[in-house]
Design a protein around this ligand. Structure first.
Ligand code: AMP
Length: 429
């Protein structure tokens, strides 16, 4: 069978690599892909943008693609799956209506409230309805969020009312374009975050291995929020009890609620959850796709054939399949370009990829571009180096072995990815 992966980041490199490893797959096409997918066996890049919906439909038709998997949120929110369905093509991802769970935080908060799913208390404002006095009445810190898509950057945790008000006003003034026209202001939740990712077929839910990521730029979870600086799987914070609570209190009511609201959800569904000290899984956000960088370590552990799982979901039979996991831990370290998460510098030559390829583990590309036999940086998050190990500590050592083999001017990465999980492991483990 032929598979099409839509997107060109680290998640898509991992999806393409995983699908290509299946004996039933003859070829994986990636639109548009990156320098990593370009060099992957059985994988071919095609220069169609992930947001060119008619171009993607035409590509899938012309290439007689049997299964398409959508990586990023933008095409999902734009309705790429609706168009594939109209064209009679199999495409794994949510349609436009349920993809609003990611496209609009205001929609999601209202959905959570309506279906009794735990989340922070909040209020929604536009420039016209904004009440600075509301902010002054709330406890600090307080969280200010642009409602629309902002590439993981539209969330500010304000320590003072003045800075919260200034943040909201700069969002209304267009800091994130249309995405900041509506702003959600919500209660700050203490606790530990976990990512919980499932596959859904409209009705049934197949939970994937647990994972946790690091959103902040710097060691110790300090510095600005980013799209994610590293992730690992499994996440010890998601104990069996927490797992059961997330399934019962978040995932099942969400999938049931979406179906009841007339927009059944098929695709990867990602809940960013803040686990309160007493164990309540409060939803911070939903993403309508696989996480990046969580995909990279999670797929390193997946032993089952992903194409089989996606086809089962598209047939509404997710209850008949199981996902088998490598018992080892996987940990991915993101290597980012100079300037990330703000204005990034592109075009730096990446050194050491050949040497890294001889080491254990796997380097997934994200913002990279091939030119004249060299690989150049071409985005904020450039690579994700993933290691496997019998413990998170061992997986971390393998991942940093790869990181240390690779360099370019101004490269940034955290040195402590996985520290929370490692702190929970027995010493010397
Ligand atoms: P979001 O895009 O809504 O998941 O927010 C990005 C990051 O901001 C989250 O991963 C959290 O680290 C942090 N965050 C968001 N909302 C809250 C909240 N209500 N309380 C504490 N931290 C939050």
């Amino acid at each position: 069978m032929k598979v099409l992966i839509i997107g060109g980041g680290g998640r898509e490199h991992a999806l393409a690599w995983k699908c290509a490893s299946s004996a039933r797959v003859t070829e994986v096409i990636v639109a548009p892909g990156n320098a990593g997918t370009l060099h992957e066996p059985k994988v071919r890049n095609v220069n169609v943008s992930a947001e060119d919906v008619p171009g993607l439909v035409a590509l899938a038709r012309a290439e007689r693609v049997d299964l398409t998997i959508v990586g990023p949120e933008a095409p999902l929110v734009a309705g790429v799956v609706d168009e594939f369905i109209k064209a009679g093509l199999k495409c794994f991802g949510p349609e436009r209506a349920p993809a609003q769970l990611e496209g609009s935080k205001a929609f999601t908060k209202e959905f959570l409230r309506r279906h009794g799913i735990p989340t922070a208390s909040y209020a929604t404002f536009t420039r016209e309805t904004f009440e600075p006095a509301y902010v002054r009445r709330q406890r600090l810190p307080i969280v200010v969020k642009a409602s629309g898509l902002a590439a993981g950057k539209g969330v500010v945790i304000a320590e003072t009312a003045d800075s919260a008000i200034a943040t909201a006003q700069s969002m209304f003034a267009g800091q994130f374009g249309e995405s900041g026209r509506v702003v959600v202001i919500e209660e700050f939740l203490p606790g530990e975050e976990a990512s919980f990712i499932v596959m859904a077929d409209g009705k049934h839910i197949l939970p994937l291995a647990t994972s946790q990521d690091h959103k902040r730029l710097q060691d110790g979870d300090r510095g600005p929020n980013t799209g994610g600086m590293g992730a690992y799987s499994p996440a010890p914070v998601v104990t069996e009890t927490i797992h059961a609570r997330i399934m019962e209190e978040v995932m099942k009511p969400a999938i049931r609620g979406l179906a009841a609201d007339g927009m059944p959800y098929t695709g990867f569904l990602y809940a960013g959850v803040m686990i309160a000290p007493e164990g309540t899984p409060n939803v911070l956000e939903f993403n309508c796709r696989f996480g990046d960088p969580e995909t990279q370590p999670i797929l390193m552990r997946l032993r089952s054939d992903l194409t089989v799982l996606c086809e089962a979901a598209l047939a509404g039979r997710l209850d008949t399949v199981r996902a088998e996991w490598d018992p080892r831990a996987a940990l991915g370290v993101v290597m980012a370009a100079a300037g990330y998460p703000d204005d990034v510098r592109k075009g730096d030559v990446i050194e050491g990829l050949d040497r890294a390829a001889t080491l254990p583990g796997k380097v997934f590309h994200a913002g990279t571009r091939a030119q004249a036999g060299k690989v150049l940086t071409h985005g904020g998050r450039v690579l994700c180096a993933v290691g496997l190990g019998s413990t998170v500590r061992a997986a971390q050592a393998e991942a940093y072995g790869l990181v240390d083999a690779i360099s370019w001017p101004g490269v940034q990465c955290r040195r402590d990815v996985g520290y929370r999980a490692i702190a929970r492991e027995p010493a010397g483990g």
